[in-house]
Design a protein around this ligand. Structure first.
Ligand code: SF4
Length: 393
């Protein structure tokens, strides 16, 4: 493993599949505060908003279907429509929060609060942040983020997790923490730090607009502010160095950052010729180990990082990754055109069905007999819970 692929604060590491699922991403534009899930609320009419039949999911609500038809392509959408199951993706995107309360145990909420603490910290001028990172100042930002999410603050387990994530992040070392944040011009022409930066545009061969939300854009050399690196915080415990030779290759994070890079290159709000991308990084404060593929041995290996986190470096200029990313984005765009036109979002059953919230009402669900699959299936919501949003016809 070369340094250009991955560094961590101790040693090389190894891994398993990442635990930050695409669903934890906040790259889908929503109404309300950035990154905040839609509020849980019962549907306004007695009629469910969608149904499942032998073919897939259908919306029974014109407004929801119209909103689906307007959606831009995002990294989460590509994962949902291309890698996973379209019916599950549309349910999770449009209906799930209506009937399944978001609790402090939900990894999405914890991740959102951690991201918000980082956003508040790096929005401070350099002089107020200092270098190395000031844990007390970070603590102030974490406290403010928790004030915005009292449900996490008041949950002992969730607040302990956030405490650990903040402590580990502050201990990751200067590469992760002592950075110069790029400045960009937003849609209204205001100069802002490039944090939670929204970027949108057209990409070759992709019918729909493409949208992304970048956690942090940094400038390794402030004398050349157009040269940037995309940083993305990941709050799972399993980091991974992507290789298509892995047993279970997961291209989603590589694709996400490649997508953002291409959008940034075409983003002329700040520089008339767009940004110049040097690379991308996934920053894992909670990583316990990193999985990577050992080409010589022909196997995947796990390397412990001894609780010190990991930085995974991504090549965002790789021509093959760019080609695949554009292909996948075009496939997702075409699939949404087709499926929203016919109002049929098909099933794509897999071994992951047991972890799908529709598992108990889906006629196509494939539930394995292994103990973990059976337990996951047992934990899924029943038909009665789902009924205000979706029913089986
Ligand atoms: S149970 Fe499986 S096939 Fe059915 S919606 Fe969920 S993921 Fe798709």
């Amino acid at each position: 493993m070369s340094d250009s692929q991955m560094t961590n604060t101790t040693d090389a590491a190894q891994n398993n599949a990442p635990t930050d699922t695409p669903e934890t991403r906040r790259d889908t534009p929503r109404n309300g505060a950035p990154g905040t899930p839609a509020p849980s609320a019962a549907p306004s009419s007695d009629k469910p908003l969608a149904w499942l039949d032998g073919e897939g999911l259908h919306f029974d609500d014109a407004k929801t279907l119209a909103a689906v038809r307007r959606k831009p392509v995002s990294a989460t959408m590509i994962s949902g429509l291309v890698d996973r199951c379209p019916a599950q993706y549309l349910f999770s995107d449009k209906l799930k929060d209506l009937v399944i309360p978001v609790t402090p145990q939900d990894a999405r909420i914890r991740g959102i609060v951690f991201h918000r603490a980082c956003e508040l910290y790096y929005a401070r001028p350099d002089a107020r942040r200092g270098a190395p990172i000031d844990p007390e100042a970070f603590e102030e930002c974490k406290t403010k983020a928790l004030e915005e999410h009292p449900e996490v603050r008041d949950d002992p387990e969730a607040s302990a997790w956030l405490e650990a994530a903040s402590r580990r992040f502050c201990a990751m070392g200067p590469e992760a923490t002592d950075v110069t944040v790029a400045g960009y011009r937003d849609d209204r022409g205001r100069q802002s730090p490039a944090l939670e930066m929204k970027v949108t545009g057209r990409l070759d061969g992709v019918g729909r607009r493409v949208f992304g939300a970048i956690d942090r854009l940094i400038t390794p050399n402030p004398d050349n502010p157009r040269n940037v690196v995309i940083d993305d915080y990941k709050t799972g415990g399993k980091a991974c160095v992507y290789s298509d030779r892995m047993r279970f290759p997961d291209f989603s994070y590589q694709r996400q950052q490649t997508l953002y890079s291409m959008l940034l290159e075409g983003d002329t709000r700040t520089f008339s010729d767009g940004w110049h991308l040097l690379g991308g990084r996934l920053i894992y404060p909670m990583a316990e180990y990193v999985t990577l593929h050992d080409d010589n041995a022909g196997t995947d290996v796990k390397v412990s990082v001894q609780g010190q986190g990991a930085i995974i470096r991504l090549d965002v200029r790789n021509p093959e990754y760019r080609r695949r990313t554009l292909d996948d984005a075009a496939k997702a765009s075409d699939a949404l055109d087709r499926e929203s036109e016919t109002n049929l979002f098909e099933y794509r059953p897999s071994v992951l069905c047991a972890w799908c919230p529709l598992a108990k009402i889906c006629p196509a669900a494939r539930i394995g007999s292994k103990e973990n699959a059976q337990k996951a299936f047992a934990d899924q919501p029943d038909a009665q819970t789902l009924a205000p949003a979706i029913v089986r016809a």
